[in-house]
Design a protein around this ligand. Structure first.
Ligand code: FE
Length: 194
């Protein structure tokens, strides 16, 4: 196609200057098309990141109680977080990012930013989920959970009512409790970033 156009122009004008100008236009066109393709994936990535952080209710300083419908949360939260936090699903054992994790800092609710645990109360448990022997009393509340034929105590976020995990009485001293949490429900912030 391009060769055909070039030969037509050559026959018609036999003008070297015009040919050169035509070639420059073609080169610029090809260059611009190449640039567009190259930058397209970057644009998509930045949109995805913006969407993930688009949570107007998240705050690590505002402790005002939230009363947000699940329909609204579904628009804001990532699907795995929505399933665990709002539908009490459980992440697969030994897959969570905080299961084997011992950095010093604080743990906040992934949904609303409420303070939940300190790293000083985290202990190495073999259960497959991040475990703590103590929670922030201002951060969590409890509900009896009789689902799946078990009698358990569910742990929920006091600010946004999201499901976090369960608490059992087989933990270490000084409390004897084991807060068995979903990593997805937690957001760790190292002390250096506070
Ligand atoms: Fe929360």
């Amino acid at each position: 196609m391009l060769l055909h156009l070039l030969s037509l122009l050559w026959v018609r004008y036999k003008n070297l200057k015009l040919m050169m100008r035509f070639l420059v236009y073609i080169i610029i066109l090809i260059f611009l098309q190449g640039c567009g393709q190259k930058h397209q994936p970057l644009k998509i990535t930045s949109m995805e990141n913006k969407e993930a952080k688009n949570n107007p209710y998240y705050s690590r300083t505002d402790t005002t109680k939230l009363n947000i419908s699940n329909d609204e949360w579904k628009k804001i939260l990532a699907p795995d977080l929505y399933a665990i936090a709002r539908e009490a699903a459980t992440e697969r054992a030994f897959t969570g990012k905080y299961n084997e994790f011992d950095e010093i800092g604080e743990y906040y609710c992934s949904v609303c930013g409420n303070h939940l645990f300190r790293s000083t109360s985290k202990f190495a448990s073999s259960c497959g989920w991040p475990s703590f022997f103590e929670a922030d009393k201002e951060g969590v509340y409890y509900k009896r959970d009789l689902a799946y034929g078990m009698d358990r105590v569910e742990v929920l976020c006091k600010r946004c009512d999201s499901h976090l995990g369960h608490v059992f009485d087989d933990g270490p001293k000084p409390t004897g409790l084991r807060y068995c949490m979903n990593s997805v429900s937690l957001e760790f912030v190292p002390n250096s970033e506070k």
